[in-house]
Design a protein around this ligand. Sequence first.
Ligand code: ITT
Length: 189
Amino acid sequence: MMKKIVFATNNENKLREAREILSPLGIEVLSQAQAGADCDPEENGTTFAENAMIKAKAVYDCVKMPVFADDSGLCVDALGGRPGVYSARYAPKGQECGKLLSELENVQDSDRRAAFRCVIAYVDRDAEFTVSGDVQGKIGYEERGTNGFGYDPVFMVGEKSMAEMTSEEKNKISHRGAALRALYDALSK
Ligand code: ITT
C-alpha cells in the first residue's frame, strides 16, 4: 500500500520535486490543499530546522496525519551565509537572482562559493524528527537556464547552473533530493 504524507508547503516547485523523488519510492505526497489544510504559519524561527518544525507542526495540528515540511535556502560564503533562512524574503519573486548577482559584482571566483541547504521536519502521532541535505556550488556571473525556480539560474555545480539541469539531474544532486532520500530512509527503518 502506498504511504500517504502531507507536504506542508505553499511552494509548487518544492511539491513537484518531492513527488518526483518520493512517488517512485511508494510514497504519495499530498498537497496541503488535497489534505484540506489552508495554512501559512509564521516562520519566526532562526534556523532551517526550527522553521521546518514550525510548518510541519502547524499543518499536523490541522490534518492529524503524517506531515513533512521543508525549510531551505542559499548560504553564500562571501555574504557570511546570507540569505540563508531569509532566502524567500531576500527579494521579490523573480528578482532574487539579479539582486544576488549585483551584491556579488566585485567578488572574485574563489569567494563565490555557496551551498543550498534543506532541512525536512517530519511529524506524525508517534514521532517527530528532522533530516537534512546540502549541495555545494558557486554563484555564477549571469542567470543561466529556465528550469527549476528561485536561485537555480545562478547556482553553478560544475559547468551547469541548476536551472540548466533537467529535474532528474537536479534531484540527483540537490539539497532537497538528499533530504527527501534521508526522510525515506528514516521512515523505512
Ligand atoms: P514554503 O515555506 O511554503 O515551503 P517557501 O518558498 O517560502 O515555501 P522557504 O521559506 O523554505 O520556502 O524558502 C526557501 C527559499 O529558498 C525559496 O523560496 C527559494 O528562494 C530558495 N530555494 C530553496 N530551495 C531552492 C532550490 O532548490 N532552488 C532554488 N532556490 C531554492
